[in-house]
Design a protein around this ligand. Structure first.
Ligand SMILES: Cc1cc2nc3c(=O)[nH]c(=O)nc-3n(C[C@H](O)[C@H](O)[C@H](O)COP(=O)(O)O)c2cc1C
Length: 421
């Protein structure tokens, strides 16, 4: 068959519109990939046209980047990186979320220094040689018309541990660990199973801020659309914020202003390295979940967020806890959304993301429709079901664009006989 003469029927369905006469390539991808336009996960209409469009499927624009829906993949470490690099495993996982409709795929935390890795197999962007493996994953995400996010982190006193499936224990030298180089604001271990960190000197703090900035520059070089700073879950930045883990008496400890200084300087340094139109996100543990007054709390988060907004943070990604073993958390559906809501209510001009057990369509939808957050980030449900966006759409009565190669599996094809196999 010559180009331009398509059969009148494709798979037994009469085409309503004239089909393109050529299998067009996705622009910007260095290998052939059929064009995904609009991107998978784009709203096409309500199955019942009397129903309103859910916010989950309403686009959102942050600086120069538009996301066609508000269902994002939360970063998830795979502990599978040789020398910090991403592999085929990452491309397969991240690609599966992208091709099935997640408008933003956050890649797992990339360490900004070799000794800031939580395990020896963490991903990292501490040297130029790591850029190509990230660029390959970004291309896989871009080939689906989706956006890619880099999360930059440093494990602090939780570094040089074993991959979680080996249990909680330190990674010794023979396991490629680096226990002598574990650093934190103060020499206080998370608990007896974790290493006792060395207190960072002022010079090391300055070097670490520069390491964040350089890693952000590498993320830009790898093609990422978004950068996020990981300041949650008891890792290095969080340990500076909380008075429980920061006992310093210099410029980086003591008062609230001093404890947030490290975070503020990282934000400023990164903003100077990334394009004006690139969104900058900040993941925070909104509370240490310790008894009142003992740790970092939601009031501190709100106060800091006002300052970070002024320094160029566009979205606060609201998680909680991870700082201290005494934490008390009531875990359940949307359990962290109330903290997102407090930030959203008190600082209406910053975008807010909610994360944590948003695994049922009605729960995820409720968080946005009640104004608790602007977007949802989903972790483990994407691991269980990479089609979660398509599941959400089906459950909420929304018709969305499917990945072009999988179009014959769309719900409208269910039960139909296929022609032209
Ligand atoms: C295997 C695994 C790895 C994770 N790695 C990261 C990470 O690299 N960065 C981060 O900020 N959170 C990380 N998290 C936390 C998730 O991003 C998310 O906040 C958490 O799983 C709660 O969301 P969920 O209930 O939808 O899974 C990880 C979670 C899991 C399960």
């Amino acid at each position: 068959m010559s180009l331009g003469t398509l059969p009148p029927q494709v798979d037994g369905v009469q085409e309503a519109k004239p089909a393109p006469v050529k299998n067009l390539p996705m622009p910007g991808i260095p290998y052939f990939h059929p064009i995904q336009r609009p991107a998978p996960g784009t709203f096409l209409g309500m199955l019942d046209s009397t129903q309103p469009r859910p916010l989950l499927f309403t686009p959102i624009t942050i600086r120069g980047v538009t996301f066609q829906n508000r269902v994002w993949v939360s970063p998830m470490c795979q502990y599978s990186s040789p020398d910090g690099q991403l592999t085929d495993w990452h491309v397969a996982q991240l690609g599966s979320y992208a091709c099935r409709g997640a408008s933003l795929v956050m890649v797992e935390a990339a360490s900004v220094t070799a000794t800031g890795r939580t395990t020896p197999e963490d991903a990292g962007l501490w040297k130029e040689e790591q850029i190509p493996s990230f660029a390959r994953a970004v291309q896989a995400i871009h080939s689906q018309g989706q956006k890619a996010g880099a999360q930059l982190g440093h494990g602090g006193r939780k570094s040089s541990m074993l991959a979680p499936w080996l249990g909680v224990g330190v990674a010794v030298k023979e396991a490629n660990g680096f226990l002598g180089d574990v650093v934190a604001p103060s020499p206080i271990a998370y608990d007896e199973l974790y290493p006792v960190p060395r207190e960072m000197t002022i010079e090391e703090i300055q070097e670490c801020i520069q390491a964040f900035a350089q890693a952000a520059k590498r993320a830009v070089a790898a093609g990422f659309d978004v950068v996020e700073i990981h300041a949650a879950h008891g890792y290095l930045i969080h340990t500076f914020l909380s008075p429980v883990s920061n006992h310093r008496t210099d410029l980086y400890g003591g008062s609230f202003e001093n404890r947030i200084r490290f975070a503020v300087e990282i934000v400023t340094a990164i903003r100077a390295e990334i394009p004006e139109g690139m969104p900058l996100f900040f993941r925070v543990s909104a509370t240490d979940c310790l008894e009142n007054g003992r740790g970092w709390d939601i009031e501190d988060t709100v106060k800091m967020t006002r300052i970070l907004k002024g320094r160029g943070v566009d979205l606060l990604d609201v998680s909680t806890s991870g700082l201290h073993p005494d934490q008390k958390i009531a875990v359940g559906p949307a359990y962290q959304a109330p903290f997102a809501e407090i930030v959203k209510t008190q600082i209406p001009d910053i975008f807010v993301g909610s994360v944590g057990i948003l695994h049922q369509p009605e729960v995820a939808n409720h968080v946005l429709e009640t104004g608790q957050a602007d977007v949802v980030l989903i972790g483990r449900e994407f691991s269980r079901n990479p089609s979660y966006v398509l599941t959400l759409a089906t459950e909420l009565g929304v018709k969305v664009k499917w990945p072009i190669q999988l179009h014959r599996a769309e719900p409208s094809y269910r039960g139909r006989r296929l022609l032209n196999l």
